[in-house]
Write a protein that binds this ligand. Structure first.
Ligand SMILES: [Zn+2]
Ligand SMILES: [Zn+2]
Length: 245
């Protein structure tokens, strides 16, 4: 399993980083995990062949994770001229959210006669599913239910486990999410100020022993974290970073 971080940023592009977008591949399978607003730029810059992606899997419906989906679909229709089936997977409500986002961004686009089959898959917390050839388990996170359900995911493939928190405050669900994973990519928006919807570094450090994984990489860093990060021992994500759990 190989994960390329196309976007490691927060919602605001702090530090010049792209919004959340992970390219996940194993064997012939390729998918995106989140596709935030700036992701079409990130995909083009990284020269990702969009038609080879079978699936887009989303953690929640904030713009910095979900916002490029309408442009991705119109690109598939008019630029990449996709013929391959596309699966759009995510929390409950994924189909309605997609149609609403299409209509908001490009009026009339929700009734497009698509040139490729689209299927929607709802991934329910703690109910194992197979997505793009990966064994996926979702865990409910604590973030913003107006943009949810908000979910973190464990992806298992070829004996390796990759875990991704999506956006969340500290949640006891992080413990089973990380348990036995080879690598946890975890959001860390703030440095020292706990928030109701995001993690901060001091909380994460205090709870590190509860996260039973040998490797943690911090992502989604806001201005406070970016200012402190150089002095920290933990690995931090950056755009273009490649992870091989
Ligand atoms: Zn976010
Ligand atoms: Zn969010």
């Amino acid at each position: 399993m190989k994960i390329t971080i196309l976007g490691s940023g927060d919602a605001f592009g702090s530090g010049g980083r792209f919004n959340t977008c992970l390219h996940v591949e194993a064997g012939a399978d390729r998918m995106l995990l989140d596709c935030g607003s700036s992701s079409m730029v990130a995909l083009n810059r990284a020269e990702i062949a969009r038609n080879r992606l079978s699936t887009l899997l989303f953690t929640h419906f904030h713009g910095d994770h979900f916002g490029a989906l309408p442009a991705f679909l119109l690109d598939a229709q008019f630029v990449s001229r996709r013929k391959e089936p596309l699966t759009i997977a995510g929390p409950a409500g994924i189909e309605q959210r997609t149609l609403h986002a299409l209509e908001t961004d490009f009026s009339g686009a929700s009734s497009n006669p698509w040139r490729f089959p689209i299927s929607f898959v709802e991934v329910t917390p703690e109910q194992p599913a197979t997505v793009a050839g990966f064994a996926v388990t979702a865990f409910a996170m604590v973030h913003d239910e107006r943009a949810g359900p908000c979910q973190g995911y464990r992806l298992a493939r070829d004996g390796k486990i990759f875990a991704f928190s999506g956006d969340t405050a500290w949640s006891e669900s992080l413990i089973p999410l990380a348990d036995g994973a080879d690598l946890l990519l975890v959001e860390c928006y703030n440095f020292d100020k706990p928030l109701v919807n995001h993690l901060d570094y001091l909380t994460l450090r205090a709870r590190r022993a509860d996260l039973r994984t040998p490797r943690i990489v911090l992502t989604h860093m806001g201005p406070g974290m970016l200012a402190h990060q150089a002095a920290l021992p933990e690995e931090r994500a950056h755009d273009g970073m490649v992870l091989e759990p």
